[in-house]
Design a protein around this ligand. Structure first.
Ligand code: ZN
Length: 153
């Protein structure tokens, strides 16, 4: 492992991968499964949305590398209780953080900024984005359900 890659595995990331927060399942929620075959990461995200799309609660289960599990753990802490617009904003700025060399306004990302080192490693970007892609999918599934309900009315 080279030095740059080692820097990715900082204490906070290791801590979150060993003791993931919000690890578990939610009933009465949107469930999304995502995987990253190139690394062997897997996650199932459970998201409970409010009527206005607010993220009331979210949990995840899964296995995989430290980056994927830590990113999922940190994401659940960050998104829980957030209004939809804010959650979508976090998704955008986190994606930019891990993919772009451009200066990013990372205000509000908290410990998630520790994951920015992955931008040098395309394979690792997939690990870091796995949970966030699942969240994006959960948003669109939630919208699908809502529009179906509206059609029935
Ligand atoms: Zn991985």
């Amino acid at each position: 492992m080279n030095e740059e890659l080692e820097e990715l595995y900082q204490q906070v990331i290791l801590d979150h991968s060993k003791r993931p927060r919000n690890f578990g399942e939610l009933t009465d929620a949107v469930h999304v499964h995502g995987d990253n075959p190139s690394c062997g990461d897997e996650i199932t995200l459970h998201v409970k949305f409010g009527d206005d799309g607010q993220v009331l609660d979210l949990k995840f289960t899964g296995t995989g590398c430290a980056i994927s599990q830590a990113s999922a753990s940190l994401m659940t802490l960050k998104l829980k209780g957030k209004p939809r617009t804010e959650a979508e904003h976090m998704l955008r700025i986190f994606h930019k953080l891990v993919t772009s060399e451009e200066e990013t306004d990372t205000k509000g990302l908290g410990d998630l900024i520790l994951l920015k080192g992955v931008r040098k490693f395309p394979q690792r970007v997939k690990c870091a984005m796995l949970a966030w892609r699942a969240f994006e999918q959960a948003l669109s599934e939630r919208d699908g359900e809502v529009s179906t309900e509206k059609e029935e009315m």
